[in-house]
Write a protein that binds this ligand. Structure first.
Ligand code: UDP
Ligand code: MG
Length: 318
């Protein structure tokens, strides 16, 4: 029976601290799977260096030199971000891999879960989501912001798999479908469920980062969340519209109140309400405009149709 070829895609951004440990474990897992004849012997580990400024690329090059058969390295010309690094990896193996697994370089995700994923794949699933069973290793802050994020996205009608990050298996056709989404700033967690095809989940415990620091500081997290929201939901725009109608209604009622005050009540008062209205309306308009601006900005970057990434170097035996 012909065995399927697996590519494990590992995005790496300044991971010199953890890469020596994680690459060894990843190679062990890959070799084990090959020996067990679960996957084809041409299966590969694909390291994507996302414009690191430390020794990451050097480590990847050494790995390639030691294991040219099972290691592929690509180096992006600068830091494009986690999601684009994954996209670059998928595009690189789109014609060779029967299935891919994407996993972080920091070993927070359980390598043993890959076996379960392959089993689910063999049962006919195109997409297998890795879902964290606990988030105890995350900080209190990260845990709660993440929870809030999933809740908000759910309310806004965006389909996401809760507690699933970018640890997942995709079949070749699912991967190709994901690559058809040519968005400028892809949010894969939102895109993958839109692809369809049979899918399932595998549960695992998320561990602490083996070494190095999180590459998602608060600023990046906020950008990631905003991006996820504005790429998939138009509800914020509808919210402005509703807010506008409500404001209008209050304004109309206010006219009646003003007339009442003028002819029946005491017309000298009212300065405070006027100044308050100015401030409230001004504030609302600014908020509304900023949300609209966000969408406009997206349209702008989308129509420019820039290449999603540029590969600078590639290490691969033909
Ligand atoms: N990463 C990347 N480019 C970036 C930021 C992160 O390729 O600009 C990689 C990083 O090396 C890691 C993965 O994306 O393999 C997830 O990042 P990290 O572990 O820092 O995120 P966290 O687990 O803290 O959410
Ligand atoms: Mg991590």
């Amino acid at each position: 029976m012909k065995k399927d070829t697996l590519s494990i895609i590992v995005p790496c951004y300044n991971e010199e601290d953890v890469l020596p440990i994680s690459s060894e474990q990843l190679l062990n897992t890959l070799h084990e799977l090959i020996e067990l004849e679960t996957i084809n012997e041409n299966s590969k580990l694909l390291f994507v260096d996302d414009g690191s400024s430390d020794k990451t690329w050097e480590i990847i090059s050494n790995l390639y030199n030691s294991y040219p058969k099972n290691v592929v390295g690509i180096k992006l010309s600068r830091n494009y971000g986690h999601q684009k690094a994954l996209q670059a990896g998928m595009e690189t193996v789109a014609d060779t891999a029967d299935m891919i697994v994407t996993i972080d370089a920091d070993l927070q995700d359980d390598l043993q879960a890959i076996k379960k994923m392959l089993q689910k794949f063999n049962e006919g699933n195109d997409i297998v989501y890795g879902v964290r069973e606990n988030r105890e290793t995350d900080t209190f802050f990260k845990r709660n912001t993440a929870l809030g994020f999933y809740k908000m996205m759910g309310k806004l009608g965006v389909k996401l798999v809760p507690n699933h990050a970018d640890f997942r298996l995709l079949s070749n056709r699912a991967m190709k479908a994901v690559l058809l989404f040519k968005e400028e700033d892809p949010f894969l967690r939102g895109i993958v469920p839109l692809v369809g095809y049979p899918s399932t989940k595998v549960f695992y415990d998320r561990k602490k980062r083996e070494a190095g620091e999180s590459k998602y500081p608060l600023k990046k997290m906020i950008r990631f969340a905003t991006n996820g929201l504005t790429s998939f939901s138009l509800i914020p725009i509808k919210m402005i519209r509703n807010m506008g109608f409500l404001t209008l209604l209050i304004g109309i009622l206010y006219i009646f109140y003003t007339f009442y005050q003028k002819y029946i009540g005491d017309s000298v008062h009212g300065w405070s309400s006027i100044i308050m209205s100015i401030w409230i309306l001004g504030g609302m308009q600014l908020v509304g405009m900023s949300i609209l601006g966000e969408y406009l900005g997206r349209v702008y970057s989308e129509v420019k149709d820039r290449p999603a990434f540029i590969i600078e170097q590639k290490l691969e035996r033909d």
